[in-house]
Ligand binder design. Structure first.
Ligand SMILES: Nc1ncnc2c1ncn2[C@@H]1O[C@H](COP(=O)(O)OP(=O)(O)OP(=O)(O)O)[C@@H](O)[C@H]1O
Ligand SMILES: [Mg+2]
Length: 508
């Protein structure tokens, strides 16, 4: 048994101030398999992998790590890399002002007579890009890449060293369907070449597609390790959440009559300065009080551009008209948008969402200061009370609201951002990929909260790439392709086929 294990982590305990992230986790991985690691937000998945990869050095945790039967005590990440362990972290960590090639070889640039050998670096970078299946020049600066391509560059970077164990922490949360396909095929390929892979994901279809076995963590403990063949989705969900969660989307009473119109776009177009081309063409849409409107479409269809320009956060010039409750308004900045009662929860936590140096509480109240009685001088006790309430409702797993937001697990950071906008009580709340990286149990809570908001008259726009999610929660779905709206589907008549045919422009 031991002979076939490439990795054995035994009784790992890791504590942070006020939080026991891992309380005795054991984790065994067989050589050459794709092993999925699953569990709810805050279960300890990323922490376990950071212990493995030397981010938390030997001595800051207890328990033992064996790689190919040999006990290892990594002092840092390069020790772990030397032992053949590469990890792609949950939050992208590229330097945006450097080129793709520079990012891939950062700290390990090929040299020729003590100088960086740019030609060889470029050549090897291009090779790696080829291997991950993207066709972009490695001289391009990372800041010009979309989030999907940045993720592929991270993978190329991890493949640079000869890894025996490749760890991917939620690698597909930002990828489009076709990029996910490329990645899945790549992992299966690597497996055939003998690479062992540890795969963290909240997406069950991926797990069932590529994993050989699954380990379930809950509250810092190992629940079980199972072969994928012995499981189905419901069993896996129940093991993760520790209760029976048979329903993925909460029921909601949909009213027959539409509420009053809160938002209307007439002939709305958007010109992108950077690319100097039109990204949105003559969009007409309306949104009603108490409605959940979904916006579906493939990556690049213009969904994020639409909602971010509505929020005044897009570097471009818009044409056409925006009406809020019947009055024409101009929105040139997020401040304008907030004044009109629009809130946006973005898909890109790191760049637009969280303030990494601030505490959980500060992150929650930051858009919110003028909403709390007492104004100017914010009453701390009031803030505390509200924060505690949302931490509670959203089931955010924290030590204390005074801790830095970066101490939270990825999914829990997302919940803090959601809390921020809920506190502001917007008229229109836009959620762009709201449940990306969020576990099944918490998704259910978030859907419940959205439902409660619309019951109170808020109008909600949800942009999501997860078709079952859009179909599960929205009253009406608009489908976008190439910067235009190509179709409208009502909740009752929504099918994946119908939405996809509008999204890819099939014959219908
Ligand atoms: N640097 C840190 N300081 C303090 N607490 C931390 C730190 N890193 C993680 N934690 C806590 O440890 C617990 C486990 O977090 P971890 O990031 O491992 O969860 P996860 O399973 O990866 O969740 P997710 O699915 O949301 O990414 C959480 O309660 C988290 O708040
Ligand atoms: Mg994580």
């Amino acid at each position: 048994m031991t002979a076939t294990c490439i990795l054995e982590m035994d009784n790992i305990i890791k504590e942070f101030p006020g939080v026991k992230a891992l309380s005795g986790v054991s984790f065994k991985v067989k050589k050459g398999e794709i092993h999925a690691l699953v569990g709810e937000n805050g279960a300890g998945k990323s922490t376990l992998m950071k212990v493995l990869s030397g981010v938390y050095p030997h001595g800051t945790y207890s328990g033992s790590i064996k790689v190919e039967g040999r006990v290892q005590s990594f002092q840092n990440t390069s020790d772990a890399e030397k032992a053949g362990i590469s990890i792609i972290y949950q939050e992208l960590s590229l330097a945006s002002n450097l080129s793709i090639a520079e990012n891939i070889f950062m700290g390990d640039e090929p040299t020729n007579h003590f100088l960086i050998d740019w030609d060889s670096m470029q050549y090897r970078a291009n090779e790696l890009l080829d291997r991950v299946g993207i066709n972009i020049d490695s001289n391009v600066l990372v800041k010009h890449l979309g989030i999907g391509h940045q993720q592929m560059v991270e993978i190329a970077k991890a493949l640079r060293t000869e890894s025996k164990i490749l760890v991917l922490d939620e690698p597909t949360s930002a990828l489009s369907t076709s990029e996910v396909d490329v990645l899945m095929n790549l992992l299966v390929n690597l497996k055939e070449q003998g690479v062992t892979c540890i795969y963290i994901s909240h997406k069950f279809d991926e797990i069932f597609r590529i994993a050989d076995s699954v380990t379930i963590l809950r509250d810092g403990q190992t629940i079980d390790t199972k072969s994928i063949d012995s499981l189905n989705e419901t069993m896996l969900i129940n093991l993760m959440v520790g209760r029976d969660l048979s329903q993925r989307y909460p029921k909601r009473q949909r009213s027959e009559t539409k509420g009053e119109k809160v938002l209307e776009l007439k002939n709305y177009s958007l010109f992108d300065y950077k690319e100097s081309k039109e990204r949105l063409h003559h969009i007409n849409l309306s949104l009603h009080k108490g409605e959940i409107l979904g916006i579906a479409g493939l990556m690049g269809a213009g969904r994020t551009e639409l909602v971010s320009s509505l929020f005044g956060a897009y570097n471009g010039k818009s044409e056409g008209q925006i009406f809020i409750e019947g009055n024409e308004v101009k929105i040139n900045s997020p401040k304008d948008a907030m004044k009109q009662g629009i809130g946006l929860i973005t898909e890109d936590r790191k760049n637009l969402g969280i303030f990494p140096v601030l505490s959980i509480m500060e992150n929650m109240v930051i858009a919110n200061l003028d909403n709390i009685p007492g104004k100017v001088m914010v009453q701390e006790s009031e803030e505390n009370l509200l924060c505690d309430m949302f931490v509670d409702t959203l089931k955010i797993k924290i030590g204390s609201i005074e801790h830095k937001i970066t101490s939270l697990s990825g999914g829990n950071q997302q919940k803090v951002i959601i809390g921020r906008w809920l506190m502001r009580k917007p008229k229109i709340l836009i959620l762009d990929e709201p449940t990306r990286g969020i576990d099944v149990g918490a998704k259910f809570e978030i859907y419940n909260i959205i439902n409660r908001l619309v019951e109170h008259g808020v109008a909600v726009i949800v942009v999501s790439s997860e078709l079952p999610e859009v179909m599960g929660i929205c009253d009406r779905i608009l489908v976008m392709r190439d910067g235009t709206i190509t179709g409208e589907v009502m909740h009752e008549e929504a099918t994946q086929e119908k939405i996809m045919s509008y999204a890819i422009g099939g014959s219908d």
